[in-house]
Unconditional design. Structure first.
Length: 93
């Protein structure tokens, strides 16, 4: 998650901005919380992780005037991406 290009792409999708947005990390608590905003101001995105039973509860919040009208569908896509496997330990190279 803590990847500037990935956060820039998510910011663009959530605010309805084409391409990748340059971001500034505002707050970082490894494994628990990550907050960033578009460079120069704009929407602030807060991502929080918490253990819940056998899984992880993910909450995403977008705050600010640049929050796009399509943020709901973008949030759904972002949650799907976060829920998909990130590592493939048994793939051949």
């Amino acid at each position: 998650m803590d990847n500037a290009e990935l956060m820039g792409r998510w910011s663009a999708e959530l605010t309805g901005t084409p391409g990748v947005v340059e971001v500034d990390v505002v707050e970082r608590e490894p494994g628990e919380r990550l907050v960033w905003e578009a460079a120069g101001g704009g929407a602030r995105i807060e991502l929080a992780l918490a253990e819940k039973g056998w899984g992880t509860n993910v909450s995403i919040r977008i705050v600010g005037p640049d929050a796009g009208d399509g943020a709901g569908s973008a949030l759904e896509g972002l949650l799907d991406e976060l829920g998909s496997p990130q590592r493939r330990p048994f793939t051949r190279t």
